[in-house]
Design a protein around this ligand. Structure first.
Ligand code: HAM
Length: 426
């Protein structure tokens, strides 16, 4: 016998018991997106490597360590997308969405992303992100809407133990002043930091605050705070955003050390954390404003953007840690039990009822009536119909309610209406 081939490290199969949850979650995410007037965008799962190098930033962990990059047969360097913002913005530019009459464009996506990460709970090498991007215009109201959408997604699943951490990363010149102060602050002891931080201090000192290795060091807590380097305009913008968050009743905390792991951010940056001391991996969702990205990727000047992304894997972990069960309907409407010469009749009826919109199953293997009833139980059928020669002859089908075992005789002509009424109350 041949060896079994396993699923690649850091990936998983989603089997029917789990995929029901995924479908429920995805449907709800689509419904919320729709209510907030976001429209779906679908971009390729791989893009030119340069898109992420330029968009996400060469010094980020994502680009420097975690990308699945390969050469195709024509020697083009391609990368499995590690995130959705760069691809969405590329598409926005390439398809001239900036010329649309509705601005900003409010977009969302659901799809797999790929990062070569160390495997641990909540960290996968293929994971599914739901994300939104609002591109074209800027307003503190938009920032607050985006944060509120992310916050209320969790609440709509019953996850109440969450908090939003928010910060402002200012504009590029404010960041430059801040980065200079960071270099001054860290340079004395930089030799004691990890090898990545020694590069970060030269290329992007702010990223030291995001280091997973040096996270506990005193220099990190005492580091200069970006909020102190904001000019009047940026500070006022940030204050407006928090004002709207107050009126939208979003619970948030200002975290001056929040820098995020991607380079494109300016001004508002935020993360949503699970507020439960027993959960190790706390970040559920992250996002922020990226006012320079459209231009950086070759688009027109002044096109500003903001968005966030969350993974469904971590949403599921949060549901688990908060002991929330999703209200899934995993049963079927009807199981058709048949005997004698009723096979043809049952096969046709099963098909007709399916096409009429009911979830219907019947047996394929000439099983005894008792075994068919057992199967109906396994399928969690709400109703069964028992059909034999006599029932067909007299046109009286025996419909049984499996919750209370009451039975009623219904003619074939009345069956659909009867089921409709019983199942949907119509
Ligand atoms: P990010 O913080 O890199 O941001 O990822 C966003 C979310 O994706 C994380 O909070 C987490 O829920 C999930 N995630 C990231 N890596 C993994 C992983 N290895 N396994 C499971 N889940 C993971 C972005 O990706 C930005 N594009 C967000 C954004 C959109 N900013 C503006 N617009």
């Amino acid at each position: 016998m041949n060896n079994i081939i396993s699923v690649p490290r850091g990936t998983q199969d989603i089997l029917p018991v789990e995929s029901r949850k995924w479908q429920y979650i995805e449907n709800k995410l689509r419904e919320l997106s729709n209510n907030f007037c976001y429209e779906e965008i679908r971009t390729p799962m791989f893009e030119s490597t340069e898109l992420f190098a330029r968009g996400v930033g060469e010094t980020t962990d994502i680009v420097s360590k975690e990308m699945y990059t390969f050469l195709d047969k024509s020697d083009r360097s391609l990368t499995l997308r590690p995130e959705g913002t760069a691809g969405t913005v590329r598409s926005y530019i390439e398809n001239k969405l900036f010329a649309e009459t509705i601005k900003p464009q409010k977009l969302f996506y659901i799809g797999p992303m790929f990062r070569y990460e160390r495997k641990q709970k909540g960290r996968y090498r293929q994971f599914v992100q739901y994300g939104v991007e609002v591109v074209g215009e800027e307003s503190p109201m938009i920032d607050a809407e985006v944060i509120s959408l992310a916050y209320n997604i969790y609440r709509s699943f019953g996850i109440e133990n969450i908090k939003v951490a928010i910060n402002s990363l200012g504009n590029p010149s404010e960041r430059q002043a801040y980065n200079d102060a960071m270099v001054k602050h860290f340079e004395t002891n930089i030799e004691e930091f990890c090898s990545d931080c020694k590069i970060r201090i030269q290329k992007n000192p702010m990223r030291i605050l995001d280091c997973k290795i040096d996270a506990g060091r005193e220099e990190i807590t005492t580091a200069p705070k970006l909020l102190d380097y904001l000019g009047e305009k940026s500070r006022a913008y940030f204050d407006e955003v928090t004002k709207y968050l107050d009126s939208l009743e979003v619970k948030y905390e200002v975290d001056p050390n929040l820098v995020r792991g991607l380079d494109y951010y300016t001004h508002t940056a935020f993360e949503i954390m699970i507020d439960n001391p027993e959960v190790e991996l706390k970040t559920l969702c992250g996002g922020g404003r990226y006012n320079g990205l459209v231009e950086m990727l070759g688009g027109p000047e002044g096109e500003k953007g903001i968005g966030f992304a969350l993974s469904i894997e971590r949403l599921l972990l949060a549901l688990e840690s908060e002991n929330i069960t999703l209200p899934l309907d995993d049963g079927i409407d009807l199981f058709i039990v048949f005997m004698g010469k009723a096979t043809d009749y049952a096969v046709k009826l099963t098909n007709d009822l399916r096409l009429a919109g009911f979830k219907v199953q019947s047996d394929y293997f000439d099983k005894k009536m008792k075994s068919q009833m057992k199967l109906a139980d396994r399928y969690k059928a709400r109703y069964t119909i028992i059909i034999g020669d006599k029932e067909i002859e007299e046109d009286k089908l025996l419909v049984k309610d499996m919750a209370n075992f009451s039975q009623e005789e219904v003619s074939l002509a009345d069956l659909e209406l009867y089921l409709e009424k019983q199942l949907r109350g119509e």
